[in-house]
Design a protein around this ligand. Structure first.
Ligand code: FE
Ligand code: FE
Ligand code: FE
Length: 164
């Protein structure tokens, strides 16, 4: 991507490209996860987060335009791996409750990865004085955090209970 990373700006670019690839991959994976979910709230949650993810991708595109960066041409290997692991789980035979619990576990790993990426990118952008960019990244960060919280609540209140 770079011959040599020299500035915090370069590092921000690396983070943004990685997030961009991660979101693009997730847009393909989330519909499959929604289809596999049995619980209506979980299914609706995946669909809602798909729409948010599409918006997050648009936000990154705007950030790219704003900073004059092209964010394509990089693959986030970690997201590819997380999705591959999720797909392994989805191909297993399982009862409805256990499948839902497994989907939540896979989704939370994904959200935690995104939270870490957006957290770092937000920090870099605000250190660099890119106030608007930092605000946009913070907005996506908040969505990922809320999604994680909702998944956590679903797991705790309902699904894990049933899986017992
Ligand atoms: Fe996202
Ligand atoms: Fe990555
Ligand atoms: Fe997400």
């Amino acid at each position: 991507m770079f011959d040599k990373l020299e500035t915090l700006d370069d590092l921000l670019t690396v983070q943004l490209k990685d997030l961009y690839s991660a979101e693009k991959q997730l847009i393909k994976a989330l519909p499959l996860m929604a289809d596999k979910a049995h619980d209506e709230r979980l299914q609706a949650g995946f669909r809602k987060h798909l729409r948010e993810t599409e918006e997050q991708l648009r936000r990154l595109e705007q950030i790219g335009e704003f900073l004059n960066l092209s964010l394509g041409g990089h693959t986030c290997k970690a997201m590819a791996g997380l999705i591959a692991e999720g797909q392994e789980t989805m191909s297993e035979r399982a009862t409805a409750e256990v499948m839902d619990a497994a989907l939540i576990a896979a989704a939370q790993r994904i959200e935690h990865y995104e939270i870490s990426g957006y957290g770092t990118a937000t920090h870099f952008a605000s250190r660099l004085g890119h106030v608007e960019v930092a605000d946009m990244l913070r907005q996506s960060l908040a969505e990922e955090q809320l999604t994680d919280t909702k998944l956590n609540n679903l797991a705790k209140e309902h699904l894990n209970q049933k899986a017992l």
